[in-house]
Design a protein around this ligand. Structure first.
Ligand SMILES: *[C@@H]1O[C@H](CO)[C@@H](O)[C@H](O)[C@H]1NC(C)=O
Ligand SMILES: *[C@@H]1O[C@H](CO)[C@@H](O)[C@H](O)[C@H]1NC(C)=O
Ligand SMILES: *[C@@H]1O[C@H](CO)[C@@H](O)[C@H](O)[C@H]1NC(C)=O
Ligand SMILES: *[C@@H]1O[C@H](CO)[C@@H](O)[C@H](O)[C@H]1NC(C)=O
Ligand SMILES: *[C@@H]1O[C@H](CO)[C@@H](O)[C@H](O)[C@H]1NC(C)=O
Ligand SMILES: *[C@@H]1O[C@H](CO)[C@@H](O)[C@H](O)[C@H]1NC(C)=O
Ligand SMILES: *[C@@H]1O[C@H](CO)[C@@H](O)[C@H](O)[C@H]1NC(C)=O
Ligand SMILES: *[C@@H]1O[C@H](CO)[C@@H](O)[C@H](O)[C@H]1NC(C)=O
Ligand SMILES: *[C@@H]1O[C@H](CO)[C@@H](O)[C@H](O)[C@H]1NC(C)=O
Length: 498
């Protein structure tokens, strides 16, 4: 099945009209459209003041920059090698967000903001200023805020039960999204991600996205075939959007989106469940190899879709990854359940409000003044694999904001030693931490008329947001991430920057 998809780049472009083939034996029936009520801004203006008419961001979650380099070396006829790099600007030193969990990683891409500014630290966090759900805002203040699939009405279903429990994730975000900027200027916007909670990309207005498509990945079987089939739902939605339809294929009277994006999960799933066969990640295990080849082939098909729609020349396509993963060297991995971080600190008589950790972690304490004592405990406990800890004021000094002044900033930021993983259950890899395995991601800006370049300057995934806004000629000052953090556009993309 997958082998038939190993289209060479040029062949993939020619195959533009071929429909996304079904993977036999797997059927999904449903989508979720989380459209919270709110002000509807009718899309009227076709923006043409920018250099591009469309901007698209695709994230192959989990992919490292070295995966891309290895892939193009191994498959010189791939889409990545023959199309994307041929007219793409490759950022060789692009960095994911810190922490590198999916929620702040997504926020970086589409808000241009870091956790200090966005208030988004992880998908499972703690806020000292919130009361727990169901408490009627009485009793002790401070609560967990979980923005993962546990928010769904039923995460065993592909539509997540059709809705979220009340209190929308977008209410939690402190800055606007690129989609809000686009929609406020009359553009059609669309986004696809893995859980219903990614409706937070609507931004605080709740209406930044004309359409969001979030089939629940947690409902999908733990096999590479099922994960590829889930990715295909996103590819299919992208194709339908490019054609000017809703994700479900029905004609959208407002036409195709000007600003859209999607993530893909098969690569990150395969890293988590199979990993690499060697210490350096040069040899992906079978399902990971399959996921990489599949992504390459589907990317070729998507370029064909853009071409068939007459949009390829006027689209700025950004391809990258919201975060990497680790450990890379499975032979040298130490798995320690994340409960041990809490247990160690509590054994020293320090009460923990919440710990969230994978290959790095964050911790909130009941009594914030005990942060240095908790740090000393974690560093002294050699079984845990803690490389370093930032505690209390050190967090602010490192640029993450103040745990004293901001109710969401954790009391401890915990760095793992290479090879250690503190997830909830054993796995090959996960993400969230601050190691090169998490942060060194691929990022390419592509358009058929771009001069190819390899740019070694350090850039942040946050710059994707500013670049998306500027590509369409929208005012950068309308993006909170740009205004507050000064997040620059990616170098080399725009003519007047050269
Ligand atoms: C790449 O394509 C060319 C031309 O079609 C072919 O001759 C060559 O064998 C291919 N290389 C690989 C590694 O597939
Ligand atoms: C919250 O208020 C409702 C309605 O007044 C009441 O039924 C419920 O028992 C209260 N819950 C708590 C935890 O106080
Ligand atoms: C969630 O959906 C699954 C699959 O249909 C079903 O078995 C389960 O009973 C549902 N759970 C709830 C709480 O409705
Ligand atoms: C497709 O999606 C659009 C937009 O959400 C909706 O209005 C329409 O009813 C859907 N069509 C079908 C056949 O479900
Ligand atoms: C996209 O549209 C086609 C019909 O053109 C439909 O078969 C397919 O299911 C749609 N994709 C999604 C994700 O709903
Ligand atoms: C390859 O992946 C399989 C799961 O798909 C796993 O059982 C196996 O241990 C992996 N091999 C190595 C050498 O990591
Ligand atoms: C395994 O990891 C430890 C530290 O986590 C390191 O000291 C050691 O060199 C590593 N061994 C190999 C073979 O990579
Ligand atoms: C180290 O951590 C383990 C696991 O949480 C805990 O059982 C142990 O008490 C800790 N040791 C010290 C010295 O804190
Ligand atoms: C950028 O690097 C890739 C991979 O090493 C190489 O294939 C490509 O030719 C380089 N592009 C330029 C413009 O130097």
């Amino acid at each position: 099945m997958v082998n038939s998809l190993l289209l060479a780049g040029a062949a993939a472009l020619a195959a533009a009209q071929v429909d996304i083939p079904e993977i036999p034996g797997i059927t999904y029936g449903g989508y979720s459209y989380v459209n919270p009520s709110g002000q509807w801004i009718p899309p009227t203006t076709a923006y043409s003041k920018g250099e591009y008419k469309q901007v698209v961001m695709l994230s192959f979650d989990g992919m490292h920059q070295f995966d891309l380099m290895d892939y193009v070396a191994k498959y010189p006829n791939s889409t990545w090698a023959t199309i994307i790099l041929k007219n793409g600007i490759m950022y060789e030193n692009a960095r994911a967000s810190e922490p590198s969990d999916s929620f702040p990683a997504t926020t970086a891409l589409f808000c241009g903001a870091s956790p200090r500014v966005s208030g988004i630290w992880w998908d499972d966090v703690y806020d000292r200023a919130l009361y727990p759900a169901g408490s009627n805002c009485t009793g002790p203040i401070g609560s967990e805020a979980a923005w993962d699939e546990s928010n769904d009405l039923n995460s065993s279903l592909i539509d997540g039960g059709g809705a979220l429990n009340p209190v929308y994730p977008h209410n939690y975000l402190r800055v606007n999204t690129v989609f809000e900027v686009g929609r406020a200027n009359g553009l059609v916007t669309a986004y696809a991600d893995k859980h219903l909670t990614y409706e937070f990309m609507n931004g605080p207005s709740g209406v930044g996205l004309s359409e969001i498509y979030t089939p629940e990945v947690a409902s999908v079987a733990n096999t590479i075939q099922a994960q590829l089939a889930w990715d295909d739902l996103h590819w299919s939605a992208l194709r339908n959007w490019t054609k000017g339809n809703f994700a479900n294929g029905t004609t959208n009277p407002d036409g195709p989106p000007s600003m859209y994006g999607a993530n893909f999960q098969a690569i990150t799933w395969a890293q988590t469940n199979a990993g690499y066969l060697d210490a350096l990640g040069a040899q992906p295990n079978k399902s990971l190899e399959m996921a990489l080849q599949y992504a390459d082939a589907r990317l070729g098909t998507f370029l064909g879709d853009l071409k068939a729609a007459g949009q390829l020349d006027s689209t700025l396509l950004l391809v990258g990854s919201k975060q990497g993963q680790g450990p890379i060297n499975a032979a040298n991995e130490t798995f320690i359940s994340d409960v041990h971080l809490t247990a160690s600190v509590e054994a020293a008589g320090i009460k923990v409000a919440q710990t969230t950790a994978d290959d790095g972690g964050i911790m909130w304490l009941v009594d914030q003044s005990q942060a240095q004592a908790a740090k000393a405990n974690l560093l002294a406990n050699t079984t845990l694999g803690v490389a370093y800890v930032l505690a209390g004021d050190e967090i602010q000094h490192a640029g993450f904001g103040s745990p004293w002044l901001d109710s969401r900033v954790p009391d401890l930021i915990i760095g793992a030693k290479v090879g250690y993983l503190w997830a909830s259950s054993p796995r090959f890899e996960d993400h969230g931490g601050y190691l090169p395995q998490d942060l060194n991601v691929p990022l390419i800006a592509y358009n058929p008329y771009l001069e190819p370049a390899n740019n070694s300057i350090f850039v942040s995934n946050r710059q994707v947001a500013s670049t998306m806004v500027k590509a369409l000629g929208l005012p950068l000052a309308q993006l909170d991430g740009y205004r507050i953090e000064g997040t620059p556009v990616l170098p080399g993309v725009f003519k007047w920057d050269n």
